[in-house]
Design a protein around this ligand. Structure first.
Ligand code: NAP
Length: 408
């Protein structure tokens, strides 16, 4: 008699993640265009897992609520059950969430990252053949950005002009010899050794595991010495103290090796953020893994996504030591909500990152190949179609169907 196994949760044992063959994965549908791109993603992932593992593996999706859908049914934007479920099941995927305006409610996305200590925002950026790009050689872009996800100006320490808090801060700063205009608002930018080091450590570990040639520390240390500058110094400390065999600094490379990288070594470089924007435009192939602070990473990842064809195909992951939440880089694009119109690529490729994270790489590879093929066939959604000549315009759901067709 055929027995059906119950879906089980992912567990961590001896520092390793154990993923059962039939696994429970929570999802947040998201607001605006979220439901459209989520349904497309679910169909593509289910098909890929089925084909890649001959039905031996399966995802059992568990819906958890957040955003407007949660508020409408529970009067809570981020219900406690959602937090508990994600904490318990460890790996989740989410659609974009709109930030409720007014009432001082914090961004739900930022809140989720803080609650689960998802300290690394990981955003790979690569070119897909056939996509129109604003640069001459987009195929030279093959980067992965590790953006610190907890601190910096995102830590939410801000004081409004003309409040008691800002007045006392200004008075306090005066005692330290700093003069700040009385009509100022003030934001605080904390950058700690602990958070900087664990982010850079993750970036270097990724570079080692994936045989990447370099890790570049991007910072604005020429101006903000004790925050951005310190991030860079702590990054070099991690490389020197924890990975002396695997890494070499750019300085040592030129001082001792005439610029020739010794076999198997990963070069640790650093670049000031403004310079990095132009470097990535003119010499993107000199960069591979990037480790940077929160705000720099936010700007850089959208700029890099634009270089290879836009936000519609830019995936992302928020990763902590236990929990990981995968999500599209873009927002809810509310003007296109429920039109079955936008590109689900960003969420589909985020799901590929999730499958890789779970060790189900075979399914992820299948999706990427089919995705590449579909774009080469010029069967695309509006965002890519408007930039391609002779393309066939597909809806969100049709694009997902085309990918599934190309997997077979
Ligand atoms: P957005 O939702 O990212 O949309 C900006 C533009 O990007 C869209 O108008 C569209 O460009 C393009 N775009 C976005 N998603 C696309 C897709 N799937 N396919 C094709 N093109 C796409 O940014 P926003 O309008 O600034 O933000 C809207 C809401 O999303 C806000 O409430 C914001 O707080 C929230 N948000 C959430 C997240 C998150 O959940 N992680 C991230 C960012 C923003 P065209 O108009 O040119 O077609």
């Amino acid at each position: 008699m055929k027995t059906t196994t119950e879906a089980q949760k992912i567990i961590h044992k001896d520092g390793k993640m154990i993923v059962p063959n039939k696994v429970l994965i929570p999802f947040i549908e998201g607001d605006g265009t979220g439901p459209d791109i989520w349904h497309a993603t679910k169909n593509v992932v289910d098909a890929a897992v089925k084909i890649a593992f001959n039905g031996e593996k399966e995802i059992s999706w568990v819906e958890v609520l957040a955003g407007q859908k949660a508020f409408d049914s529970t009067k809570d934007w981020l219900p406690k059950q959602t937090i508990e479920k994600i904490k318990d099941l460890k790996v989740a995927i989410k659609g974009p969430l709109s930030t409720p305006t007014g009432g001082g409610i914090r961004s739900l996305n930022v809140t989720l990252r803080q609650i689960f200590d998802l300290y690394a925002c990981v955003r790979p950026v690569r070119y897909f053949d056939g996509v129109s790009s604003p640069v001459k050689k987009p195929e030279l872009v093959d980067l992965i950005i590790f953006r610190e996800n907890i601190e910096d100006v995102y830590s939410g320490i801000e004081f409004k002009k003309d409040t008691k808090e800002v007045e006392s801060l200004i008075a306090f700063l005066k005692t330290l010899g700093h003069s700040v205009r009385s009509d100022s608002g003030i934001g605080i930018k904390p950058i700690s050794e602990f958070c900087s080091k664990r982010l850079v450590r993750k970036a270097i570990q990724y570079a080692i595991q994936n045989k990447k040639p370099s890790v570049t520390l991007v910072h604005k240390g020429n101006i903000q010495k004790f925050t951005e500058g310190a991030f860079c110094e702590w990054g070099y400390e991690v490389a020197n103290e924890e990975f002396p065999v695997e890494t070499i600094s750019e300085k040592e490379l030129y001082d001792k090796h005439n610029g020739k990288v010794p076999s198997g070594k990963i070069v640790i470089k650093d670049r000031i953020a403004d310079n990095m924007f132009q470097q990535l435009l003119i010499r993107p192939d000199e960069y591979s893994v990037i480790a940077t602070t929160n705000l720099n990473g936010d700007y850089l990842s959208d700029a890099c996504a634009a270089q290879v064809g836009g936000l519609g195909i830019a995936p992302g992951a928020n990763i902590g030591d236990e929990v990981a939440v995968f999500e599209a880089t873009h927002g809810t694009a509310p003007k296109y909500a429920n039109q079955d119109k936008v590109n689900p690529g960003s969420m589909i490729l985020s799901a590929v990152m999730m499958l890789d994270h779970m060790g189900w790489t075979k399914a992820g590879e299948l999706i990427v190949k089919a995705f590449e093929k579909t774009i080469m066939q010029k069967r695309v959604t509006y965002d890519l179609e408007r930039q391609m000549t002779g393309a066939t315009l597909l809806k969100t759901s049709q694009f997902a169907d085309a990918i599934i067709e190309n997997m077979k």
